[in-house]
Each structure stands twice: as structure tokens, then as C-alpha cells.
Ligand binder design. Structure first.
Ligand SMILES: *Cc1c(COP(=O)(O)O)cnc(C)c1O
Length: 405
């Protein structure tokens, strides 16, 4: 039996009445003639054709089916369909990493002479793409304080093509009003791309708030078990067709079918993991708030978050990351990190294992101290990603290390 299927086969609309948890287990599944329970791993670069005519028709987009793994692959298409169901998006395209997704979503929309506006508090590599890579190709960029809506409005020029933001931002947990920025973008004839890694699809839906495109590093909560890199771009079919499809097909940041399979299985436990990790993060944030060693503690789920009212409007949960600021600066932050026994020092987040990072000396090392302080990345700042361990074990480790700091 020849399985004739392509991305059309996995349209999320078919089972849209199911709830998220159900769709994350079943959406996008495409059983082969062997009736396997778990999704098949199609570790193949290409596909064979019955006839030369069929091959011609397939290249002309007249025969549905797969051609070459740089364009599409059955296992990758299953992952894309499951992600589209999770996000409530019309279309999804997977990439080799989160940065490939960010780069393609932005580069795919612009040409020399265009202008991009982005929030200043971005993940370090996203800042590189906006601030250094795009200008090399004649694309002007403006960085704004993302919280300041007047700054977004003032940055608009006749050639502004797209806005880009991250909310909550890494690692400062600064929250940007996505609906308001989407309105400003629309009025300017520009699109809005949102990096939703920190909130996750469980707690925030940028497309429903008016964004045109959402990007993820699937490396984080979607894998959630520290195994592989991946990324995904979600948008309307029209956005994908206009800006993303050809860019990915011709430039090649394709997701490996093996990694797509790992991520597909990761999605089955996504809600369980993110809910549990977020609940533990809330317990830990409440227990550590007010510790004398901390000059600040930020968690999106707490009423003392500086933008708690906005968080309540656009997020349905606090997510898995806590930002701690040690009052004693870098020496205290390092003593704290070095005293931890259960929580490990690492730069990943959203993992089953709880991980801590000192952004000023790692992800944000290449910035000058002035740039770091403009982003809120102080020397005492520590980013804690809460994992699946028992919260009492985590609290014992964290309070012991704070005492040592
Ligand atoms: C990790 C991360 C990325 C980059 O993802 P990779 O999979 O590491 O390429 C982009 N944005 C944010 C907010 C991230 O945390």
C-alpha cells in the first residue's frame, strides 16, 4: 500500500472539538499500514515515485506527498500538526532550533530598505539577529523599551515591516502588552512576531491576542527533557506561504525527523509537565519571597510582579521560571550557585531537571555593563527554571544555598 499523505493530511481542524490534552496525544498521528501505536519515525531523506509523471506532478505541487526532508517529512509533519493544534494556529513549520525559527520568521519577511522594531529585553541570540545580522543586509532596526507603548508607536517608520518581542522576557520576566503592541503594528501596516518560550502555549496565546506569528524554541518545554534542539513557527497559512515556506525550503534549517519524533512524544506529556513545574514554581516563589539574601524575586504568578495586572489579562499561569536577585551581587550569586546540590548550573530551561543560570556571565556576557543594566540584567540576577522534582526537595536545596550565600 502506498501511503499518500502530506501536510494537508494533518489539518488540525479535523478534531478541533477535542481538548488540548487529548489533541496533544492524538493530533497529527498518521498510522502506516502496520497500525503502530506510537508515531513512526520516518528517518528518510527522500521518497520514491511510482512513475516519472508522478514525480513531475509532485514537484509541480499537483500530487500530494513528500519529496525531500529539507521541505517536509512525515514525522516532522506530525510534529507540526500537533504544535498547530496546541497553539490553535492554522499552520506550523518546524526548524532545527529555536534560533532557526526566530531567524526565518524575521528574515523571511524583510528585504534591504525595510525596518524592524523589537523590544530591548531579548534572549541574547535574538538580540544578535535583530541588532547585528539584519543591519548587515540593509534592514534597519530599532530597539525599544517593550513595556513603553509610546516607544513602539514612536519607532514606526513608513518602511516598518515587522515588530518582534519576547514576553515574559528572558531573564528579567518583564511582561509586554501583546494585544496593545499588536494594535500598534496593525495600524502601522506591520506584523507582530512573538517569542513565546517563557510563557509556553499553555499559559499564553499570542495569536489570540492579535500577533501574526509565534515562534518557539522546542528545545525548552516542548522537549522538556534536555534531549534535542528544535524550533517551530506558527501562523496563518497565508503568513507561512508568504514569508516562511520558501525561505525554509531553499535555505535548509530543517528539523531532523529523529528530533521531530522526540518532540512529538514530548508533546504528549507537555501539559502534565508544564502544569506541575508551574505549580512547583509558584510554591517556591512564595516560599523564597522576602528572604533577606534577596533584593528582588520575580515570578509572573505572584501579585507583587510589577505588571501583575497585565499578567492577569494576558497569561493564565505564572509558568516555570523565577528570577532571583541576590543582594550581594555577583559574589553572592556565585556562592548561591556553588552551594546548590540538587538544582544544577546550566543554561537550558523548561527541563525536567531544575536548572539555574547567572545571565550576566553567560547568556548576556557579550553585552556591556550599561547594556545589561538597560535590560535589567544585574550582576546579582539568577534565573531559576523549576523542574519536576518534589518542591520540598527543591526548597530545602534553595534555602540551604541562600543561607550559604
Ligand atoms: C532558548 C531560547 C531561544 C533559542 O532557542 P534554541 O533552541 O536554543 O536555538 C530563543 N528564544 C528564547 C526566549 C529562548 O529561551
Amino acid at each position: 500500500m502506498t501511503v499518500r499523505a502530506d501536510r494537508e493530511h494533518f489539518r488540525p481542524a479535523a478534531r478541533s472539538e477535542w481538548r488540548t490534552e487529548t489533541r496533544l496525544v492524538h493530533e497529527g498521528g498518521m498510522r502506516s499500514q502496520f497500525g503502530e501505536t506510537s508515531e513512526a519515525l520516518f528517518l528518510t531523506q527522500g521518497h520514491v515515485y511510482d512513475t516519472a509523471e508522478q514525480c513531475e506532478a509532485r514537484f509541480a505541487d499537483k500530487d500530494p506527498g513528500f519529496i525531500y526532508a529539507r521541505f517536509s517529512n512525515p514525522t516532522v509533519a506530525m510534529f507540526e500538526a500537533r504544535m498547530a493544534a496546541l497553539e490553535g494556529a492554522e499552520a506550523a513549520r518546524a526548524t532545527a532550533s529555536g534560533m532557526a525559527a526566530v531567524t526565518a520568521a524575521l528574515m523571511g519577511q524583510v528585504r534591504a530598505g525595510d525596518h524592524v522594531v523589537a523590544s530591548r529585553a531579548l534572549f541574547g541570540s535574538c538580540r544578535y539577529v535583530v541588532e547585528e545580522l539584519l543591519p548587515r543586509f540593509g534592514v534597519e532596526t530599532t530597539l525599544v523599551d517593550g513595556v513603553d507603548l509610546a516607544a513602539w508607536r514612536a519607532a514606526v517608520r513608513p518602511n516598518t515591516k515587522t515588530f518582534f518581542l519576547e514576553s515574559p522576557a528572558n531573564p528579567t520576566l518583564e511582561v509586554i502588552d501583546i494585544a496593545a503592541v499588536a494594535d500598534i503594528a496593525r495600524a502601522a501596516g506591520a506584523t507582530l512576531v512573538v517569542d513565546n518560550v517563557f510563557a509556553t502555549a499553555l499559559w499564553q496565546s499570542p495569536l489570540k491576542l492579535g500577533a501574526d506569528c509565534v515562534v518557539y524554541s522546542a528545545t525548552k518545554h516542548i522537549d522538556g527533557q534536555g534531549r534535542c534542539l528544535g524550533g517551530v513557527i506558527l501562523a496563518s497559512q497565508a503568513f507561512i506561504d508568504a514569508h516562511v515556506k520558501t525561505f525554509l525550503r531553499q535555505t535548509g534549517p530543517a528539523l531532523s525527523p529523529f528530533n521531530a519524533w522526540v518532540l512529538l512524544k514530548g508533546l504528549e506529556t507537555f501539559c502534565l509537565r508544564v502544569e506541575r513545574q508551574s505549580r512547583s514554581a509558584a510554591i517556591i516563589a512564595d516560599a523564597l519571597a522576602g528572604s533577606p539574601q534577596l533584593s528582588k524575586l520575580l515570578f509572573c504568578g505572584r501579585p507583587d510582579h510589577p505588571q501583575a495586572e497585565l499578567v492577569a489579562r494576558q497569561m493564565t499561569g505564572g509558568s516555570t521560571v523565577i528570577a532571583l536577585e541576590l543582594a550581594g551581587g555577583k559574589p553572592a550569586a556565585f556562592r548561591f550557585l556553588n552551594a546548590l546540590r540538587l538544582v544544577r548550573i546550566s543554561n537550558n530551561l523548561g527541563d525536567a531537571k531544575s536548572l539555574v543560570t547567572h545571565p550576566a556571565t553567560t547568556t548576556h556576557q557579550r553585552f556591556t555593563p550599561e547594556e545589561r543594566s538597560a535590560m535589567g540584567v544585574t550582576d546579582g540576577l539568577v534565573r531559576l527554571s523549576v523542574g519536576l522534582e518534589h518542591p520540598d526537595d527543591l526548597l530545602a536545596d534553595l534555602t540551604g544555598a541562600l543561607a550559604a550565600a
